[in-house]
Design a binder for this molecule. Sequence first.
Ligand code: 5RP
Length: 269
Amino acid sequence: MDWGMKNRLARIFNQKSQRTVMLAVDHGYFQGPTTGLKRPRETVTPLLPYCDSLFVTRGVLRNCVNPSTNTPIFLRVSGGPSVLGELSNEDLTTSMKEALKLNAVGVGLSIFVGEKNEDRTISNLGKLVNEAEEYGMPVLAITAVGKDMARDARYLGLACRIAAEIGAHMVKTYYCSEDFEKVVEGCPVPIVIAGGKKMPEKEALEMSYNAISKGAVGVDMGRNIFQSENPVAMIKSVRAVVHENYSVDEAFELFNKLKSERVVSSVVE
Ligand code: 5RP
């Protein structure tokens, strides 16, 4: 592995825990102005100091994120359809040159295993990896789940393994309560979990805890952080689970404590 690739991976993962808390705010690329991301700058600014990287599109990055930030940027580079269309109809939207210009530490693209455009999105992943490796850029494959797909270990394991076989350096998938460890075992590259729809804070912390216990290296979480009643308290509590091995009860206690202190952010950007 060349120096650039090693350096970018080292910036994605916390050097002590070797895990990562990515903050996903890319939802608008197919959902438009969703709850919690109507004004991205307001949502992102107080959370930036607490995520290990920000998973974002170039449009929100350029317009809503202060370029003086030290937080590594993970760029979503696929898209195409909106929520009104066929979601699997994605292609590459952002070039490698652009990712380099934006000083990204990684690029992410969705694959739609079992969906209408499965083959094209997997082939897009292969093309992206070919190009990314020329420049030492890690690729995150996102195993998007189609409308009719069961989020079980069999399906998620299939999608994650395919992503790794095609060359993804990391995979983002959903957590499943049964046999998630088999999904991890079957995937030779690190797995982070997406949070999915907003759930009560304790449940989201429990899901993070279970995913880490079963071998995930972190989270790429969005709605369960930025739609929380206290997003900064929530991301700090997720960090405690991921990086400091807090139990669910300890992390939830931390969340309630920070919430009662009305913590916003100790860092001004
Ligand atoms: C959408 C994505 C999101 O980044 C991903 O779903 C993470 O966000 P959330 O935790 O809200 O599910 O890749 O396709």
